[in-house]
Structures are given as structure tokens and as C-alpha cells.
Design a protein. Structure first.
Length: 163
């Protein structure tokens, strides 16, 4: 049986939706996007592990064949309903979480991109419990990973615009 291109894409999409991000065999590549609009930064409150309950830059896994920009534009729309135009990478880091026995439970290499707001109103989708435009003054009150806080402090001015 010969598989068509459509069959291949359908099988890949099914595998991506059923595959778990837990206990990976290799690191997963993920993207995030720094989106600022009217002096506020777009953030999501994670609804699932590994960062459940923490505020974060929106984003997610890169699919096979996607550029970083394509992945960021898709993921930000899926998580927040916001349309963006993704730009260049501005920050890269890894996130490794181990279970109590020391086995790697999650391993991501995350590339954050600059991005321009295009349209939309934030609402949570995908694995986001909340999505919101957050003022610079509110950032210290939100629970977030230390790397996220350092990233925002380094890349936002006091007025919320990118540095």
C-alpha cells in the first residue's frame, strides 16, 4: 500500500496528539513568543505539568517540518487565541524535570522568539488555564519559574515595551 502525503500528515498529527511529553527518549524542541501589546506582555498560566499553575511565556512543541516562527505562530494562537508574526530567536534555555527516582520526566529545549501582535483577544486554550495581557507592575505578583522572571526582567522595559 502506498501512502499519500495526506496519509503521512494524518498519521503524524495523530501521533503528536497521542504521544506523551512525559519520559521522552530525546529532548523536545519547543518555542515561546514574547508578545507585547499596549505596554502589556502576553502570558499564560499553565494548566498541565511540568509547569502547572505557573505563569509563563506562551508556546509549545515544534512539529516536524515547522520552522520556529511557524511553530510559535501556531502555538500562541492555540494557547491564547492571539495571532502574531514571529520574529527572531532572542533567548534559548533547557528545562529538565526529574521524577523522585531521578528519571527524566520532562526535557525541553526552548527557543523564545520576539513577536509582533497582529490580532485577537486572549482566552485560554490548549494546555493554558488562563491567558492575559499583564502589566509590568503586576509581574512581581505572579508565580512563575525563575528563568521566566529573569527573561522578562531582561527583555522588558519598565513600561512593558521590549528592550
Amino acid at each position: 500500500m502506498t501512502m499519500t502525503t495526506k496519509d503521512i500528515h494524518t498519521r503524524r498529527a495523530e501521533a503528536e496528539t497521542t504521544a506523551s511529553n512525559e519520559y521522552p527518549q530525546t529532548p523536545r524542541v519547543a518555542v515561546g513568543a514574547l508578545v507585547v501589546h499596549q505596554g502589556r506582555v502576553l502570558l499564560v498560566k499553565r494548566g498541565k505539568p511540568p509547569s502547572q499553575g505557573l505563569w509563563a511565556i506562551p508556546g509549545g512543541s515544534v512539529r516536524l517540518g515547522e520552522s520556529l516562527q511557524e511553530a510559535a505562530e501556531r502555538e500562541i494562537h492555540e494557547e491564547t487565541g492571539i495571532r502574531i508574526r514571529a520574529g527572531a530567536p532572542i533567548f534559548t534555555f533547557d528545562m529538565v524535570k526529574k521524577d523522585p527516582g531521578g528519571t527524566v520526566r520532562f526535557h525541553y529545549v526552548i527557543v523564545d522568539l520576539s513577536a509582533d501582535y497582529v490580532s485577537g483577544t486572549p482566552h485560554p486554550g490548549d494546555d493554558a488555564a488562563e491567558a492575559a495581557w499583564v502589566s509590568p507592575e503586576a509581574l512581581p505578583t505572579l508565580e512563575m519559574a525563575p528563568v521566566t522572571r529573569r527573561f522578562l526582567e531582561a527583555h522588558l522595559s519598565a513600561k512593558g515595551s521590549p528592550k
